[in-house]
Design a protein around this ligand. Structure first.
Ligand code: GS8
Length: 221
């Protein structure tokens, strides 16, 4: 399939966009990457995601797919002939993978943002504790396993791994040491980063930090 059939509307430092980039790389799908300006949304973005008006959006043969975890599952279905499968074939493991991806969706983004917003203020300690509790649950799910569900890298790992580029920023602005407190998670991050599909699809943690600080200065926060 020619790359022009697949277009990704994205923002490089988006954790949600990064999920889709990892999935496309895992499946070896060629695509056209289009960086979107969220401050001035293009007619294409509004047309392709009229409900949420958010990135990432995957456009495949002119039709759009929205919501990162839905897109990752679509990629697994549409390119099922390309290995590796992103969702396990066993129904129970499939359900588990979806459960953890959903847990990550419900907890990680809001938890991290809360720390960022309360940094240096009342509420920071509570936000840190809340986020740490979530990481500890994930640490427990990892246990002695190499990946979150089953024995291989897949859907749940793809849902979580982009958040690892936030860790450096959270450690720095909120005086945390996520790697020390969650050693299994830290090892899992390293294991995932050994995959080219992951390392090439994620911004460097320092780049994310610089961008976050710049944006915060601009907004006066
Ligand atoms: C979230 C996408 C999202 O928040 C998903 O794809 O999983 N549940 C969705 N996208 C943000 C950029 S990343 O922070 C976005 O496009 N925001 C634009 C806006 O809110 O106007």
């Amino acid at each position: 399939m020619d790359g022009s059939d697949v277009i990704l509307l994205d923002v490089w430092v988006s954790v949600f966009g990064a999920r889709v980039r990892v999935a496309l790389a895992e499946k070896g799908v060629k695509y056209e990457y289009r960086e979107v300006n969220l401050g001035d949304k293009s007619p294409l973005l509004l047309q392709m995601n009229p409900v949420h008006k958010k990135i990432p959006v995957l456009i495949h043969n002119g039709r759009s797919i929205c919501e990162s975890n839905v897109i990752v599952q679509y990629i697994d279905d549409a390119w099922h002939a390309n290995s590796p499968p992103l969702l396990p074939s066993d129904p129970h493991l499939r359900a588990q993978a979806r459960f953890w991806a959903d847990f990550i969706d419900k907890k990680m983004y809001d938890g991290g943002i809360k720390i960022w917003k309360t940094r240096g203020e009342d509420g920071e300690e509570a936000a840190k504790k809340e986020f740490m509790d979530v990481l500890k649950v994930l640490e427990g799910q990892l246990g002695e396993k190499p990946y979150l569900v089953g024995e291989s890298f897949g859907f749940a790992d793809i849902a979580l791994i982009p958040f690892s580029f936030w860790f450096y920023t959270l450690n720095k602005v909120a005086n945390m040491n996520i790697e020390k407190d969650c050693p299994k998670l830290a090892d899992w991050v390293k294991r995932c980063m050994d995959r080219e599909s992951v390392s090439k699809s994620l911004p460097h943690p320092h780049e994310f930090y610089e961008r976050a600080m710049e944006r915060s200065k601009q907004k006066g926060q």
